[in-house]
Design a protein around this ligand. Structure first.
Ligand code: MG
Length: 166
């Protein structure tokens, strides 16, 4: 079994659109006002946000399929801005799966610092995370909404991992 790490925001749930909408309502520019947006992230009611966030490309069912295939040892590896955010994500994942590891990563730490990376797969929608992962010996797979022909192998649905050669 291959170790497979799956990002949460932008891969399992689209939590980003509701946060951006909230930022827009508050007249915050997510690109330039990083400090203010960081503060916004820490104040968000994550239980509510997760309830409002749509699943991406049948992510929940596809994780179940990946589990059933017994090809992967799956963990969720997600950056968090607060312990409340971590708790909400842990509760969400625990409510859906019996036996899935979830690793909350403090926003200021690299995902590579939290676990063994050599030969392990990371599916993430953020190239910065994939770059660090690959540099520490891991296998990078980019989750995209539409194909970008970028420098990492791309998938638009987690199910595609079943047909990939690692
Ligand atoms: Mg992400």
């Amino acid at each position: 079994m291959k170790n497979l790490y799956i990002d949460f925001d932008g891969v399992i749930l689209d939590t980003i659109t509701p946060v951006y909408n909230l930022a827009k309502k508050l007249n915050l520019d997510v690109k330039t006002q990083t400090k203010e947006v960081g503060l916004l992230y820490s104040k968000i009611d994550w239980e509510e946000l997760i309830n409002e966030s749509p699943a991406l490309s049948d992510s929940i069912d596809n994780i179940k399929k990946l589990k059933e295939s017994k090809k992967f040892n799956i963990s969720i590896l997600t950056h968090v801005n607060s312990l409340k955010e971590a708790a909400a994500k842990i509760r969400f994942i625990n409510g859906l799966f019996d036996d899935l590891t979830i690793i909350p990563v403090p926003k200021s730490c690299s995902k590579t610092m939290m676990t063994q990376t050599k030969g392990a797969i990371l599916v993430d929608d953020f190239s910065g995370n994939l770059k660090e992962w690959q540099e520490s010996g891991g296998v990078a797979v980019k989750f995209v909404r539409e194909l970008e022909n970028g420098k990492y192998p791309e998938i638009t649905s987690l199910e595609e991992l079943l047909d990939m050669k690692f």
